[in-house]
Design a protein around this ligand. Structure first.
Ligand SMILES: [Zn+2]
Length: 213
């Protein structure tokens, strides 16, 4: 199974393997620049397509991140002479990976995190990239779609489209799951909705922050 276009959650890989018995191969690409990085055939991380573009991952001071650090993705294309793209900040955040044991010398991106609006801000000023493993959580619940939204610095709202009305026990289970993950500094509410709209470009976002960026 090949995936592209949206940030791939770890539990989705697991779910695809369990359901269809096939591994997921993820691609990181963008309309403006084409393929950016492709998953290593032997590992879950990605190799930058350096033949075509230069990918920089920079911290808040504009310095290159080291392996294990997360920063802004900045791209320059090498062969697009008609519309040169030079140090274009594409809006994504990614984690730099270490040298790949597969032997390919291409730079490694360990994880693609998403946009700033997909980052959780903590009441103490720190930030965290959510990985709620929602696909796994609601697999045995009657839920068609689910999304977590940060509505205030100390509040999270779980939006769910149920297939039939949720029992009190199911509601509590969902809220407790998010509360356990996020920590006691957050108030967690559940809102049942008819549909969860997709974000820009038709992408579904598992976590969305409504705080001013
Ligand atoms: Zn590799």
């Amino acid at each position: 199974m090949r995936t592209y276009g949206e940030t791939l959650a770890d539990d989705l890989r697991e779910q695809c393997r369990d359901t269809w018995g096939v591994p997921v191969v993820d691609m990181y690409s963008a309309e403006e620049v084409g393929y950016i990085a492709l998953q290593c055939p032997q590992n879950q991380h990605y190799h930058v397509q350096s033949e075509n573009l230069l990918v920089e991952i920079l911290d808040e001071q504009g310095r290159p991140c080291r392996a294990g650090e997360i920063g802004r993705v900045v791209i320059s294309t090498l062969h697009n002479f008609a519309t040169p793209i030079i140090r274009y900040e594409i809006g994504d955040y990614a984690e730099v990976g270490g040298v790949c044991p597969c032997g390919r010398g291409l730079p490694v991106i360990a994880r693609i995190m998403g946009r700033v609006r997909n980052m959780l801000r903590l009441p103490d000023g720190n930030t965290r990239w959510p990985n709620f493993m929602l696909a796994k959580t609601h697999r045995d619940l009657p839920i068609a779609q689910i999304q977590i939204v940060q509505t205030a610095l100390d509040s999270l709202e779980l939006r769910a489209v149920p297939e039939h009305p949720l029992s009190e026990q199911e509601r509590t289970r969902l809220i407790d799951y998010v509360r356990d993950w996020a920590g006691p500094q957050f108030k967690v509410g559940l809102r049942v909705v008819d549909a969860i709209p997709r974000g820009p470009g038709g992408k579904f976002e598992e976590f969305l922050s409504e705080l001013p960026q």
